[in-house]
Ligand binder design. Structure first.
Ligand SMILES: [Zn+2]
Length: 147
């Protein structure tokens, strides 16, 4: 790595991008509590499911997304950064639009979409996922279009 590059201070956007591209804490926390609650058999971030849900039961068509209060503009906690305000405004609004689009398309395809704000207590997350799995109890398949 060139020295100049290594020494260059990262912009906030670059730092955030790096954080976002990795597994974030809330996703890992959710998987841990689901696992502990006996809700298993999920896949994480499957590339062949629209939107790469954080937790996904493909056979049951249940997709769970953990949405961070900042990146997804939680109505209770989103605070616009003071620097580069227009940039963050546009970026987070785009995220929200994409969330709606992804959820809408998945639902059209028969998926049950669960979006959890990171501020939710883990008990509430587990309850929401348990309910979703109970609703989409049976495995979906092409041979069984009545579901
Ligand atoms: Zn929030």
């Amino acid at each position: 790595m060139p020295l100049g590059n290594a020494r260059r201070k990262l912009t906030r956007g670059e730092i955030m991008a790096r954080i976002r591209s990795k597994e974030t804490g809330p996703e890992i926390a959710l998987r841990k509590v689901l696992w502990a609650a006996g809700l298993r058999g999920y896949r994480k971030n499957p590339g062949n499911v629209l939107g790469k849900p954080d937790v996904c039961w493909k056979g049951r068509k249940v997709a769970v997304f953990v949405d961070s209060c900042f990146w997804h503009r939680c109505p209770a906690h989103y605070v616009a950064p003071k620097t580069n305000a227009p940039f963050w405004e546009a970026k987070t609004r785009r995220n929200r639009e994409r969330d709606r689009e992804v959820s809408g398309k998945l639902r059209e395809r028969g998926w049950l979409v669960i979006r959890l704000w990171t501020h939710l207590p883990t008990g509430g997350m587990v309850r929401a996922v348990r309910l979703g799995l109970a609703r989409n109890r049976r495995e979906h398949s092409v041979a069984d279009p009545g579901l």
